[in-house]
Design a protein around this ligand. Structure first.
Ligand code: ATP
Ligand code: MG
Length: 90
């Protein structure tokens, strides 16, 4: 049976700005380091994990409120078999 939602090797990195005006630094925060799961039609699916595990980031990407990081990962979120992040340019 086709999965309603499919996520494969999903990655998200946030860029965090640190420091003051003349000492600005960029820090990368790896929120999702390649997560994969599939949800079948009619199933109740729980997304569990400790604080900072990436639950909210995952849900926001599924809702298209955030975009995944890295080229191939964009094609790794499927809803009803359709790719969610195939037609956007960075
Ligand atoms: N906008 C952002 N900028 C920088 N880092 C972020 C941002 N949003 C989330 N993060 C970081 O990404 C990681 C995952 O955060 P996320 O909020 O997805 O976790 P969570 O599982 O929902 O946590 P909680 O259980 O506390 O709600 C954390 O390290 C968090 O600090
Ligand atoms: Mg959260």
């Amino acid at each position: 049976m086709m999965s309603i939602i499919q996520v494969g090797n999903l990655k998200k990195t946030f860029t965090k700005k640190k420091g003051h005006l003349f000492r600005r630094k960029k820090e990368l925060v790896m929120a999702l380091d390649g997560i994969s799961f599939a949800i079948e039609r009619g199933r109740i699916f729980s997304l569990l994990g400790p604080n900072g595990a990436g639950k909210t980031t995952t849900i926001k990407i599924l809702a298209t409120l955030l975009t995944p990081t890295s080229g191939s990962a964009r094609e790794k979120v499927l809803m009803m078999g359709f790719s969610m992040f195939i037609n956007f340019a960075k």
